[in-house]
Write a protein that binds this ligand. Structure first.
Ligand SMILES: *Cc1c(COP(=O)(O)O)cnc(C)c1O
Length: 338
C-alpha cells in the first residue's frame, strides 16, 4: 500500500481552503451545549447514544434501526468494507475520488477496479462504471458530489447502478449533500444494496469531532453493527451532533454563503481564463496547467491554503468555497500571481 498522509499540519490561523471543511467554525450553539454538558460524570461514563439516535433519526427522517453512528465517514467506509469485503473480493472505485475508499479496500485485500473521470469535463462516467460491473463485484464506492471534481450523480444514474449490481454493497457518500441538495437517502427503503453516508465535518464545522452517519435497511445496519466497536463515537461528538442539527438557521446561512463564495471563485477563474470543473459542492477544481504546484505554494506564502491535486488530475488545484470575503481574497491573490 502507498501511505496516505494528507497535509494536515500547521493549518490553524491560516485561510483553510484546502480540506473542504467549514471555514468559519461550527454553530456557537454547539460550543454552548458542549460547555453545559462537559461534566466529570459525562466524561466518566461510557457513551449512551439513546438521545442522539432519537434526534438524528428524526432529523434524517429514517428509523433508528436504519442508521449507524460512525466516527466520521471514514469509519462508515471502514465498517462497510469490513462487513462486506473479504480478501480478493472485487471493489469498484472512481478516480480521482476520496482516497479513503481505496485505502480501506486495500487494507481489506480487495481487488480494486478504477473507473476514471475524464478531464476536463469530468462528467460522471456512468457507461464506463456499468461496463466495469461484474457478477463478482462486491462493493462500489461513490462520492456524490465527487471530491475533488465536484461532479454530482443524478438519482436516475444511482438507480441504474443499484439495479445493475444487486449483489454489491453500493455506497453513496453524501459528504457534500447540503451544498448539492439531491440525495439518495429516501431510496434505502427501495434498494437493499444501498448505503448512504453523511458527515458533520463539512457544513456543520465539526471535522475535529469525527462524527458521521451511515444509512441502510435495518437488516444491513444490524450486520454493520457487528463489525463496529460499540463506543467508536465519543460522547462529545454525539452531543455536538444533536446541538448541530437543531441549529438549521446556522447550517442554511453557511451553505448559502459557501454557494455565493463558489460563484465568486468560479467567476474569478473564468475572468483569468483558468478552466475548471463545474461543481455541485463547496469547492472548485481549477486547471492551472504546469503551474499547479507553484500556484499552491505562492498562495501558501500568503497564508491561503489550497489543495494541489495535479498528481492525479492534470493541473488540478482544489479551492474550498467558504465565505465571500475569503473567496474575494483568494481571487485577488490569484490575479496578482497568474
Ligand atoms: C470530506 C469528505 C468526507 C468526510 O469524512 P469524515 O471522515 O466524515 O470527516 C467524506 N467523504 C468525502 C468524499 C469527503 O470529501
Amino acid at each position: 500500500m502507498a501511505p496516505y498522509s494528507p497535509p494536515t499540519g500547521n493549518r490553524i490561523e491560516k485561510m483553510r481552503l484546502d480540506f473542504n471543511e467549514n471555514t468559519v467554525g461550527c454553530s456557537p450553539k454547539v460550543i454552548e451545549f458542549l460547555k453545559e454538558n462537559l461534566t466529570a460524570e459525562r466524561l466518566t461514563v461510557y457513551p449512551d447514544y439513546t438521545s442522539v439516535k432519537r434526534t438524528l433519526s428524526s432529523f434524517f427522517n429514517v428509523e433508528p434501526a436504519e442508521m449507524l453512528l460512525t466516527n466520521g465517514t471514514d469509519e462508515a467506509i471502514q465498517v462497510l468494507i469490513n462487513t462486506y469485503i473479504d480478501d480478493n473480493d472485487e471493489v469498484i472505485v472512481l478516480i480521482p475520488s476520496y482516497a479513503m475508499y481505496r485505502f480501506y479496500a486495500e487494507v481489506a485485500g480487495a481487488k480494486i477496479t478504477e473507473v476514471p473521470f475524464i478531464p476536463p469535463k469530468v462528467e460522471f462516467p456512468l457507461e464506463a462504471l456499468l461496463a466495469a460491473i461484474k457478477p463478482a463485484t462486491k462493493a462500489i464506492l461513490i462520492s456524490h458530489p465527487n471530491n475533488p471534481t465536484g461532479t454530482p450523480v443524478s438519482l436516475e444514474a444511482i438507480e441504474t447502478i443499484l439495479n445493475a449490481a444487486p449483489q454489491a454493497a453500493i455506497l453513496i457518500d453524501e459528504a457534500y449533500y447540503e451544498f448539492c441538495g439531491t440525495t439518495a437517502l429516501p431510496l434505502i427503503t427501495k434498494y437493499s444494496n444501498l448505503f448512504v453516508s453523511r458527515t458533520f465535518s463539512k457544513t456543520y464545522g465539526m471535522a475535529a469531532m469525527r462524527m458521521g452517519c451511515l444509512f441502510s435497511q435495518a437488516a444491513n445496519v444490524a450486520f454493520l453493527h457487528k463489525a463496529q466497536s460499540p463506543y467508536s463515537v465519543n460522547t462529545l461528538a454525539a452531543l455536538a451532533a444533536e446541538a448541530a442539527v437543531k441549529d438549521q438557521d446556522y447550517a442554511r446561512n453557511y451553505v448559502s454563503e459557501a454557494l455565493a463564495a463558489r460563484e465568486l471563485i468560479r467567476a474569478g477563474l473564468e475572468k483569468l481564463h483558468i478552466s475548471y470543473a463545474p461543481s455541485a459542492a463547496n469547492f472548485i477544481l481549477g486547471y492551472f496547467g504546469p503551474r499547479a504546484v507553484e500556484i499552491r505554494d505562492a498562495l501558501s506564502d500568503k497564508a491561503i491554503l489550497v489543495r494541489d491535486r495535479s498528481y492525479e488530475i492534470p493541473g488540478g488545484v482544489r479551492i474550498t468555497a467558504g465565505t465571500r470575503a475569503q473567496a474575494q481574497q483568494v481571487i485577488d491573490e490569484l490575479e496578482r500571481i497568474w
